[in-house]
Design a protein around this ligand. Sequence first.
Ligand SMILES: C[S@@+](CC[C@H](N)C(=O)[O-])C[C@H]1O[C@@H](n2cnc3c(N)ncnc32)[C@H](O)[C@@H]1O
Length: 255
Amino acid sequence: MADWDPAQYLRFANERLQPALDLLARIGAEAPGRVLDLGCGAGNVTAILKTRFPAADVVGIDGSEAMLAKARDSAPGCRFVLGDFGGWDRALAPDVLFSNAALHWTGGHETLFPDLLSRVAPGGWFAVQMPAMHDAPLRRLQNEVAAIGPWAETLRGVGSARGILSAGEYWDILRPHAAALDIWETTYLHVLTGEDAVGEWAAGTSLRPFLDPLPPELRAGYRRAYAASLAPHYPPRADGTTLLPFRRLFILARR
Ligand SMILES: C[S@@+](CC[C@H](N)C(=O)[O-])C[C@H]1O[C@@H](n2cnc3c(N)ncnc32)[C@H](O)[C@@H]1O
């Protein structure tokens, strides 16, 4: 699969940042020694973690070299390491393990999440935000459009980020290991501007696995068909904006 494109992802940087700020505001740590940003991407949230915890050793971990290259430029004072969600050095034992809009890209949460919480230093914080959009038109139409058209053969079996578990299921797998646990969901109303704004949003994240395998002409055709299918679900408003309701699940645990 082709690598992430930091420029496309950051086109909607402010909208993507707000849930991270809302999660950060709920973390009560005062002077953590080490803060780990798992799936740190382009590092814009990592830089904010460093501002909030200036004395901490702030480490970003991500599986994309392209994202890490951008992160190293934009978050001086932080360390960045190429690595997988489950494969990083346990000795890091962060006092705050933070992950914004990343962990939904992998499955196996039933074992991954308790394992991640167990890697947090005793008394530390585990703070996660993930999109909960698998049933929304934004995501559903990616599959429906992929199944019909000249790209269907190439896209057979292709999927985007997996569906996450329910809030109750996260409660059940984390509660036995957590000193305290808080889980909530929020639907943000992201206000987007520009032509095919929702398609452009998706092109930075969930649409990537569908676009990457296609040659240029098919990619353009799939993109147009996806835009046409989105249009009735996300109509332009009188002020020219497009509203994207976006549900997100938050988990805040103390070890
Ligand atoms: C949507 S971006 C979020 C980036 C950042 N946390 C933010 O809030 O802007 C998701 C990131 O997760 C990373 N990622 C996805 N699967 C991964 C895995 N299994 N291991 C490590 N990183 C992964 C991607 O490379 C990408 O940078």
